[in-house]
Design a binder for this molecule. Structure first.
Ligand code: URA
Length: 268
């Protein structure tokens, strides 16, 4: 007979591995439910906390600076250099303090295609450039296969510092850097925005659906004025899977390939 303690260990391990796989795809994974208490032990039922709040408590992320402070700092930037300098001098709290570099962008600022990822990983933190590790190499290969050379894309992230233990940036952290990202998009003014993964999709488009359902569907992103209000201009934006997910689930490359073809068609 199998040892029940051993099988619960195996289940926990399997859940962890599967969660990592889904999280790489940008899918939110709920925590494992604790076994229900016996009726006599049960406390009064509480309304369930919003997912966002649960995620933040579990991650124990330090509080992020107020988005208003970021808006003020970003609004002053009228070119990429001043925007980068504003991010570098912005007091973003302990996550920034623990990172080696502020990861800003790479590629051609005049490119028609702007790619926005989630947050830097270890390699990006070390080099101070986005998407230079394994997932970045895959991203570059897929872009190149679709006809986008180094000079044809501009790449940045929704969050500019490596979160500890490579966790996802929290919604508060993404809200804090959003004013910088909105300014970044306005200054680059690309023809098309490709959002790789759930975090940039949710931050930029405010779409709360999971990436599996939302990928491949075009949106019109309203370009923001320096004060954060919407301008009349819009830019087509397409969410797709994150390349880190593709490294674990190569079959999903077909979907990303399809999305890249849609970008190519749209660019004419
Ligand atoms: N993943 C991202 O989303 N961005 C990077 O820069 C690297 C990995």
């Amino acid at each position: 007979m199998s040892d029940p303690a051993q099988s619960s260990d195996d289940i926990a391990k399997a859940h962890k591995a599967l969660s990592a796989w889904w999280e790489a795809a940008g899918v939110d994974v709920p925590p494992v439910q604790k076994p229900k208490k016996a009726a006599g032990q049960r406390q009064a039922a509480e309304p369930s906390a919003p997912r966002q709040a649960v995620a933040q408590t579990e991650e124990k992320a330090p509080p992020a600076a107020e988005p208003q402070a970021a808006r003020k700092a970003a609004a002053k930037a009228d070119n990429l250099e001043t925007l980068k300098a504003a991010l570098e001098s912005f007091d973003a709290g302990p996550v920034k303090a623990g990172a080696r570099n502020t990861v800003f962008a790479r590629g051609n600022p005049k490119a028609k295609l702007m790619v926005i990822g989630e947050a830097p990983g270890r390699d990006e933190d070390e080099q101070g450039l986005p998407f230079v590790g394994a997932s970045g190499q895959l991203l570059d290969r897929m872009l190149a296969a679709a006809g986008f050379g180094e000079d044809d894309v501009y790449i940045t992230n929704a969050f500019n510092w490596r979160p500890p233990q490579n966790r996802k940036p929290t919604p508060d952290e993404l809200a804090m850097t959003l004013p910088f990202l909105e300014r970044h998009i306005a200054l680059i003014n690309p023809k098309i925005i490709l959002l790789v993964g759930a975090s940039p999709m949710q931050a930029v488009l405010g779409v709360s659906a999971g990436i599996t359902r939302a990928r491949g569907q075009w949106h019109e992103y309203a370009v923001k004025n320096a004060d954060g209000t919407k301008s009349d201009q819009t830019i087509p934006a397409l969410p797709t899977f994150h390349p880190a997910f593709l490294l674990r689930a190569p079959l999903a490359k077909r979907d990303v390939w399809h999305d890249l073809q849609s970008v190519v068609e749209r660019l004419g």
